[in-house]
Design a binder for this molecule. Sequence first.
Ligand code: SF4
Length: 750
Amino acid sequence: MAVSRRRFLFTTAAASALAALGKSSETLAEAGGTGITWTKGVCRYCGTGCGVYKGVMGGKLVAVKGDKYNHNQGFLCLKGFLLAQVPNHPDRLKKPLVRKNGKLVETSWDEALSLVAKRFKDSVKKHGADSVAFYGSGQGYTEESYAGNKLFRAGFRTNNIEGNPRLCMASAVGGYVTSFGKDEPMGCYEDIDHADVFFLIGSNTAECHPIIFRRIAKRKETGGDVKVIVVDPRRTPTARIADLHLRFKPGTDLAILNAMAHVIVKEGMVDEKFIKESVGFGQGKAADKSWEDYKAFLETYTPEYAEKVSGCPKDDIIAAARIFGAKGKRTLSFWTMGLNQRTRGVWANNLCHNLHLITGKIGMPGSTPFSLTGQPNACGGVRDQGGLSHLLPYGRLSGKPEHRALMEKLWGLEPGTLPDRPGKHAVAMFQALESKDIKCIYIMCTNPGQSLPNVDRYRKAMKSKDTFVVVSDIFPTRTTELADVVLPAAAWGEKEGVYGCSERRYQLDSKVVEPVGEARPDFDILVDLAHRCGFGDLLPWKNPAEAWDEIRRIAKDTPYAFWGITRERLHKDHGVLWPCPTEGHPGTKRRYVRGEDPLVPADWPKRMMFYGKPDKKAVVWFRPQKDPQEVPDKEYPFYFTTGRVIEHWHTGTMTGRCKELAHARRDAEVEIHPDDAKKIGVRAGGMVKVTSRRGSVVFPANVTDTSPRGMVFVNMHDEKRMCNEITVDAYDPGSKQPEFKICAVKLEKA
Ligand code: SF4
């Protein structure tokens, strides 16, 4: 049955109207969906991982509605509702493109992939295995990322495997591993329904994770005396529901977190039994200190001292500590890029964990430290699957000989096949492209030509005629314009695969329509490329389901065990939380907890077991306040920060093509305090030139007191006015995550 344009618009409009009303979409079928076939899937955008149903009519994806049996209880934000427009957009890439005489021209798949195979193989032969690299994404399916990982590590034999989660989540990984021994949050979304206190730090949850925010707001409305603390220099929409909003100078929140711990300790809000049983104390590399040492470390961090450093009133810090630490109350912390995208991101994560560990508000319904994720599969597809240069699949490390040996056994490789040389993290990878140490790079499902910090520098490297850049994507982007080969990828709805969201929930996203033009799923493209390179035996699968069975086997007997999450179960269930070691296991809401986590022995004598640590204890780290890489000075007197807005997502390549979202907010603006606007003589809508040590961009002014005096904010979604021409590419020494959130700029009327 062909679908008329009118019918398509009607169905999309019905979805938008319901979303605008903030309604569950289960009534969509009645609102105009008769004749639509609905298939279960997962939202393509943020790491909340909302369950959806995809509506197909006449072979075309026409609508999306929320899955009321999934954690999002049928609700979606506007972006999710309007997803059906994305694969149908006329800008879709439909044929492979190869650069000839400086121009990208259409070609066949055979010519494009033969060229890619030849260039990569020749480079390895001539310049060694580390002259090639793979840059993946938290938006690819797990099977796709796994295929890329295996092809490059076991085939080309390089550890130059990275993914864009390095730019958004690496500090959370570093925080979880150093504090608890293993990556990934230990709690679940259901904890929101049990919490008495929400501590939202470095997270504009209302705009970046709207469905999680909806659940928090509902809990606040219905849960009795529920308190919300927001810690953010900006007065974001999230702060509107705050009982207490801590505002401070960017980069000084480490002092605030230590001062909160200071008050908690001084006022006896600690859980001494839990500390004695399950907490160790660290300084530097080893957990070799004591509770007394920690108390001595905190002595400096009086609320008065923190106020001096941060500008946040001491009474607010004391009040926050008292609400967080109140005996008998359950506290849930959420954070995301505000803590992670920092040169001290790992430390900031550790300090949040510390508050939960010293109060014992952890591993109980409503009490957990929870880092939210920006992309749909950063957790499942990259962090868990081992898609970062220092990792191997499921918690193993590329630098550990015994882990490489185990992976060689599991992959059926000769001993010594897997490289022992360290791979390059994201910024270093593009710096190596600049220095020509890396000559060929394969970029899958992401847009580093817009999303890297200090982006102009790396755009030049990608554009150079001495480098060979392959990009697979669904639309033309600021990265495809730099590529030598562009591969048209199948879009959401045109392929299937597994996503793992922030709460360790693995879900199957379904194929419901055929790809447009000659587009192909990234999984098929990588398998084809492997065969052309002579590595077909490494990627022998006929479809993603076969790869999933191998992935389950690789993860078996690790702390990530999900042998029980079979393909059949994924088709049937609305997501399962790992660990899930057997097919009959229901999944795990709370990790490390006796009686909940199957990896904790039933006879373990304590409430929690941090089995990733040698002594099974979590670590309270001593992390001092440290300034960010750049602070304002005479020449660059303003703080510059970046982030998201509710209408758009990532680099805006998809949401910018949804007409309602583009209409709602198209271009990036610079958010500037009225006093600062007055100082430079700019009115609302006037143009402001923002200049850092790396570049200048002119933005229209949004004059508002959302940002404090002395700080400006720009959203990251605009592909014309790119905020990353301004941001700094300094990174955290541990996680290697860049400091997108803070740099110094000057402002001029333009
Ligand atoms: S909250 Fe995130 S996952 Fe849920 S519908 Fe919105 S964009 Fe999609």
